[in-house]
Structure formats: C-alpha cells, structure tokens
Design a protein around this ligand. Structure first.
Ligand code: ADP
Length: 169
C-alpha cells in the first residue's frame, strides 16, 4: 500500500499530498521516564506494527510546552501541566501508519487513568490525570502540528522496515 509508505518529509518524492502517511506525535512524559517505562511504552507501539520515524530524549523548554498545550491555556491546571512537562526529560516519538492517530489513543487509554481500560498504557501504569505517563495526538492535524513543533522540518527519518509485507498486504 504505497499510501502508507511515505511521511510528509518525503511527500515531494511520493507525489500528491493525498498519499501522505498518517503520523502521530507520542510523548513519554517525565513521570514515564522517571519510572522506567520507556522500553515498555515503545514496545507496545512496535508490537502493534506502527513504524517509528522520530525518536529523542529531550529536556523540553517552557516555550515548547506552552505551545504544545496552548489549547488548554485557559484551564486552571495549565500552569501545573506545564511544570509537569518541564519537570524532567521526555521521550518524543513520531509513529507512522494507517489510522495511527486513533489507534495510538486507544493504546494510550482515557485521559483520566482511573477510567482507562486495563491493557492500555494509562490503564496499566497510572492513577492520576496529572501524572498520566504519555501523550498522543488527538487528531491527524495535531499529529502534523505537534511533530513540526517537537521535531522541526528535518527531524524525522525515512526508512522502510523489511517486515512491512508481513504487516500490510
Ligand atoms: P489527553 O492528553 O488525553 O489528550 P487533554 O488534551 O484533555 O488529554 O489534556 C492534556 C493533558 O493535560 C492530560 O494528558 C493531563 O496530563 C492534563 N490534564 C487534563 N485534564 C486535567 C485535569 N483535570 N487536572 C490535571 N491535569 C489535567
């Protein structure tokens, strides 16, 4: 399926914008890093069959944290949310694949970990909304926006896993 094979960074090579692959920005928040859940969380996306196209350990700046969560800037928890994201390194990832935005949200689970189903990341590893371990883009547009914010224009890697034919017919 050629439509799933090319992320925005190589859209020019692939032709029309309509063949862009879907991407989601997924981030292991500082509590997930401190608690040693990095490998566990990456594993879940790998085993599902999505393709990792961006990855870095990063000490976030206030500017990026505030921009990332700008839609929540009027919420009472916004200042605490920004401090939480700044409180230690985060692991920034971009996962690519058909339907990855919605699927990543399912793998992550509901925002409030007490309402997340067991088997989801938040359902298995968190108890509080203010320490919910992981972020995933909530729309395809935000997947693009957040990837641009955290990885810039050239921060992703184009590659083709050799197992693709075993995942996608
Ligand atoms: P999600 O991360 O599931 O997309 P939202 O976009 O609604 O959820 O909120 C972004 C983040 O803000 C949440 O993941 C959580 O860390 C934090 N947050 C949301 N609601 C609250 C709340 N009521 N109190 C504290 N933190 C919150």
């Amino acid at each position: 399926a050629p439509a799933t094979r090319c992320a925005p960074r190589c859209a020019a090579a692939a032709g029309p914008v309509s063949v862009r692959a879907e991407i989601s920005y997924v981030m292991i928040k500082p509590d997930g890093v401190q608690r040693g859940l990095v490998g566990e969380i990456i594993s879940r996306f790998e085993r599902k069959g999505f393709k990792l196209v961006g990855l870095k350990l990063f000490q976030c700046t206030r500017e990026i944290a505030e921009e990332h969560y700008k839609d929540l800037s009027s919420k009472p928890f916004f200042p605490a949310l920004v401090e939480y994201i700044l409180s230690g390194p985060v692991v920034c990832m971009v996962w690519e694949g058909e339907g990855v935005v919605k699927s990543a949200r399912k793998l992550i689970g509901a925002t409030n970990p007490l309402e997340s189903e067991p088997g989801t990341i938040r359902g298995d590893f968190a108890v509080q909304v203010g320490r919910n371990v992981v972020h995933g883009s909530d729309s395809v547009e935000n997947g693009e926006r957040e990837t641009a914010l955290w990885f810039g224009k050239d921060g992703l890697v184009a590659w083709e896993p050799t197992i693709t034919p075993w995942l996608i017919e």
